[in-house]
Design a protein around this ligand. Structure first.
Ligand code: NDP
Length: 327
């Protein structure tokens, strides 16, 4: 038997710590058994654990879209017992038992090896949030953004994606503007590398179809009206990499900035991103952000604190990221 968080929907939704048999786990599709050392709490995990959105596609389900740990046994020719590995997304906690668990059973081809300059804790300190930030930044770089061509806006600055996006863009020499509802955290944003901080609440109401051009690019995690306002404030040929929906799934925008300013709205998905994109994102993280720099922004919590912290994440009241210590 091993311990995991367990979601059930009958007779009603519940999320509890539960003992599960290894036989049950081995019914999942896979070829590699991993002893999980760490998992993490992303916004999506919080949605799942608090039943705030339909993340699990079947029940019962183990939540957790990420995990890191050590291979116990594998029939994948590229893996052996003792290898340090991790996984982000690929259906974990949706249609495959997830990472908030002492054991995981997955396909070896979906695992990545922990980069040389990181350990299993570090990769979960980034988690899907940090890796998605890197996907967004790579998308902006592919568009051709340049440090001398203006400011780059990052929304949800106090959260996982926003925090890492600020760090990456600042290290690449960009002038980063942190957009946050927590302006009192300004010293923290400066410490991450932001040059300026803007109050996100000013973006929560419609500011008009076409507004003053202010940013060459943006990373957005809010969606909805804030995303429409960001589009309306991009410079000519600007781009926003949009990956989140913390303010809503809708997009009440107009075509004006698209056809009058040639802007691009680039959607970014981490869950099914192909392996080359994943490896490129992790290469960017490991080249630019040291283990020390990421881990000093992280809180570590125990398994049994995951439910309470998830509620705070949904309320948007906490700062930074949480690694869950499993083993
Ligand atoms: P976090 O919870 O760490 O941070 C989200 C931030 O958004 C908060 O810190 C807050 O920033 C702001 N926020 C949160 N809730 C609200 C709210 N109700 N109203 C206004 N602002 C809010 O989340 P992550 O950084 O992990 O994820 C951010 C978004 O990106 C989520 O929607 C998540 O689902 C999405 N995501 C998408 C992925 C993909 O593959 N496309 C992968 C990873 C994440 P502040 O107070 O500073 O403004």
């Amino acid at each position: 038997m091993f311990k995991a968080l367990y979601l059930q929907n009958s007779p009603e939704f519940s999320c509890v710590e539960h003992n599960i048999s290894k036989e049950e786990l081995l019914k999942e599709e896979g070829d590699t058994l991993v002893k999980v050392h760490y998992s993490t709490l992303n916004y999506k995990d919080a949605l799942s654990i608090t039943n705030s959105a339909k993340i699990a596609r079947r029940f019962p389900m183990i939540p957790g879209i990420d995990f890191s740990g050590e291979v116990v046994e594998s029939s994948d020719p590229n893996l052996k017992a003792g290898d340090l590995v991790f996984m982000n997304g690929m259906g974990l906690s949706e249609n495959h038992y997830g990472g908030l668990s002492e054991l995981a059973y997955v396909k070896g081809e979906n695992l990545l090896k922990v980069p040389d300059n990181y350990n299993p804790f570090d990769v979960m300190a980034f988690g899907t949030a940090g890796y998605t930030a890197a996907l967004c930044v790579n998308r902006l770089l592919d568009h051709g953004i340049k440090p001398q061509e203006g400011e780059v806006l990052v929304s949800g600055a106090s959260g996982g994606v926003g925090m890492v996006a600020i760090m990456l863009l600042a290290k690449l020499g960009f002038e980063v503007v942190a957009l946050s509802s927590k302006v009192e955290e300004t010293p923290f944003f400066y410490q991450l590398g932001a040059k300026r901080v803007e109050d996100a609440t000013a973006f929560y109401s419609d500011g008009g179809l076409l507004q003053k051009s202010r940013y060459q690019a943006a990373v957005d995690v809010l969606g909805s009206i804030p995303l429409a306002n960001i589009c309306a404030q991009l410079n000519y040929s600007g781009i926003v990499a949009a990956c989140g929906l913390a303010r809503g799934m809708d997009f009440p925008a107009s075509m004006a900035p698209f056809i009058l300013r040639d802007i691009t709205l680039a959607g970014v998905d981490s869950v099914l991103a192909p392996k080359e994109k994943r490896l490129r994102a992790w290469e960017l993280l490991s080249r630019l952000i040291s283990s020390k720099e990421i881990t000093e922004q992280i809180e570590t919590i125990d398994f049994n604190e995951a439910i309470a912290v998830s509620k705070q994440i949904i309320d948007g009241t906490i700062r930074g990221r949480y690694v869950v210590k499993i083993a």
